[in-house]
Design a protein around this ligand. Structure first.
Ligand SMILES: [Zn+2]
Length: 249
C-alpha cells in the first residue's frame, strides 16, 4: 500500500471517530427503551459514511424526534443528502392483494414519511423515486440499503403473506364493508386474529431474526449459518464500530 492510500485510511478513521463522538452525545439523551434502535441507527449512519451501504432510513415505528433531528444534523454536516419520503413496502405485483388494500397502504405510506440519509445526490434521486413508487423489488431494496438479497427476499415474502392475512381480517372485522376495512388499514389499526390457526400464522409471519450489528432481519439460512451473508455483514459492522470507536450498545 502506498503512502497516499495510508493517509486516506487514516483520514477515514479520524472522520468516523469524530462522527462517533457526536453520535455518543446524541445517544446519551435517548431514553433506555429506545436506545437499542437508536444505537443501530447511529451505526448505520457510520456505515453509509464508510461506504458499506448507499442509504439508511430513520423513523420507522416509534419515533424519537430529538434523536432523528440530532442524527440528521450530523449526517448533513458530513455531506450526506437527506429526503423525507414514504417507507418502502414489498413489490406486490405477484401477490394478489386486493385493490382496496393496496390503495389504503399507499395512503398510509404517504402520510407517514421516514427520513432517508443517502451518500450522494444520485442515490438520493433513486431513493426518492423508489419512495414515490412505494412498493419496491427485492433487488432495489437490497442494493440501496446494503442488505443481503436472500434476507430481503424472505422478508418480502413473509410481509406479503402477512398483508394477505391482514387484508382478510380487516375485511372480516368491517363486516365486508371495504371502505371501513380500508380505513382500518390506512390508520394502521391491526385487526386481531380469531382462530388458533390465524394466531399461529400471525405469530410466525411477524417473527424476525435480528442481526447483532446491522438492521437486517436475517433469513432462515443466514440465521442458521455463521458464515452466511448476513452474519459476515454483521461482523463487518462490528469491526467498523470498533474502528470508529462507536459507543457500546
Ligand atoms: Zn439471508
Amino acid at each position: 500500500m502506498d503512502g497516499s492510500a495510508l493517509i486516506a485510511i487514516e483520514r477515514d478513521v479520524e472522520r468516523s471517530r469524530g462522527v462517533s463522538a457526536a453520535l455518543a452525545v446524541a445517544l446519551a439523551r435517548v431514553t433506555r427503551d429506545r436506545r437499542d434502535e437508536a444505537w443501530q441507527d447511529g451505526l448505520d449512519l457510520i456505515a453509509v459514511i464508510a461506504g458499506l451501504k448507499p442509504a439508511c432510513l430513520l423513523g420507522r415505528g416509534a419515533r424519537d424526534e430529538a434523536w432523528i433531528d440530532g442524527l440528521h444534523a450530523i449526517a448533513v454536516r458530513e455531506g450526506l443528502r437527506s429526503v423525507a419520503a414514504a417507507a418502502w413496502e414489498p413489490d406486490a405485483r405477484a401477490a394478489a392483494l386486493p385493490g382496496w388494500y393496496l390503495d389504503a397502504t399507499a395512503r398510509r405510506r404517504a402520510a407517514l414519511p421516514v427520513l432517508y440519509l443517502c451518500r450522494d445526490a444520485a442515490t438520493l434521486a433513486k431513493v426518492a423515486a423508489l419512495s414515490a413508487a412505494g412498493r419496491v423489488t427485492v433487488a432495489d431494496e437490497a442494493a440501496f440499503l446494503g442488505y443481503p438479497a436472500c434476507c430481503v427476499a424472505q422478508h418480502h415474502a413473509q410481509t406479503l403473506e402477512l398483508e394477505r392475512l391482514l387484508a382478510k381480517m380487516a375485511e372480516r372485522a368491517a363486516w365486508g364493508d371495504l371502505t371501513g376495512a380500508a380505513r382500518m388499514i390506512e390508520a394502521g389499526v391491526e385487526p386481531l386474529p380469531r382462530s388458533r390457526e390465524e394466531w399461529a400464522s400471525f405469530e410466525s409471519l411477524t417473527a424476525i431474526a435480528p442481526s447483532r450489528f446491522t438492521s437486517v432481519n436475517m433469513c432462515d439460512a443466514c440465521a442458521a449459518d455463521g458464515d452466511a451473508p448476513a452474519q459476515i455483514l454483521s461482523r463487518r459492522y462490528e469491526t467498523l464500530a470498533a474502528r470508529a470507536q462507536y459507543p457500546a450498545r
